[in-house]
Design a protein around this ligand. Structure first.
Ligand code: URA
Length: 186
């Protein structure tokens, strides 16, 4: 699809492959280290992300940054974050299947170019998509899966941790420790 993330981002910035293009302020392509070992995949941009053009800049993102720093010891410049859809679904509804399939080649190309050791999927949406399953996050999390040339670690979406609190946060922390171990494995 494209040889570099810059070229891919340029293409995405003009994308009109699905109806979400009509309602977006900015295409939220992804941010971070283009040769990161660790990539996080969320669902889709919310209001703040749509305005700023960067994934996970709202409350969920602040929590994500904090937990990743505390459990893995990395700041945003050391990993990469992207979403399954790059444009904001109206009213933060779930992306529709046609929107996800139009946008999927961008995510696949990002993962192809970055070639990370570990992909952490945040929440049901990204996890089901990348593992190609209908099983929910509660059953899928708590272990690792072989994925592409590395490992996939499913965990809760930080918005779910903000809603549910303590026990969910403890499980997300445990998943991040799993991701750290996978990063450190040869
Ligand atoms: N939630 C997501 O899934 N992605 C974002 O970028 C922001 C919130």
């Amino acid at each position: 699809m494209a040889a570099t993330l810059e070229e891919l981002a340029r293409r995405a910035s003009n994308c009109t492959l699905c109806p979400l293009a009509a309602g977006r302020t900015t295409v939220v392509f992804g941010v971070g280290n283009p040769s990161a070992d660790l990539v996080f995949v969320g669902e889709g941009p919310g209001r703040e992300e749509d305005l700023r053009g960067e994934p996970f800049v709202g409350r969920s993102g602040q929590l994500l940054d904090r937990l990743v720093l505390e459990e893995i010891g990395l700041t945003r410049d050391r990993f990469y974050i992207a979403n399954t859809v790059k444009c904001r679904p109206p009213g933060n509804r779930d992306p529709l299947p046609a929107e996800v399939s139009s946008c999927r080649p961008y995510l696949e190309a990002q993962l192809e170019i970055i070639d990370p050791k570990v992909v952490v999927t945040l929440g049901n949406f990204a996890t089901k998509l990348l593992l190609d399953t209908t099983e929910g996050i509660t059953r899928l999390r708590g272990r690792t899966y072989p994925y592409r040339r590395g490992t996939l670690v499913p965990t809760f979406h930080p918005a779910a941790v903000l809603r549910s609190g303590g026990e969910t946060m403890a499980k997300m922390r445990a998943d991040l420790i799993r991701a750290k171990e996978a990063l450190e494995a040869r």
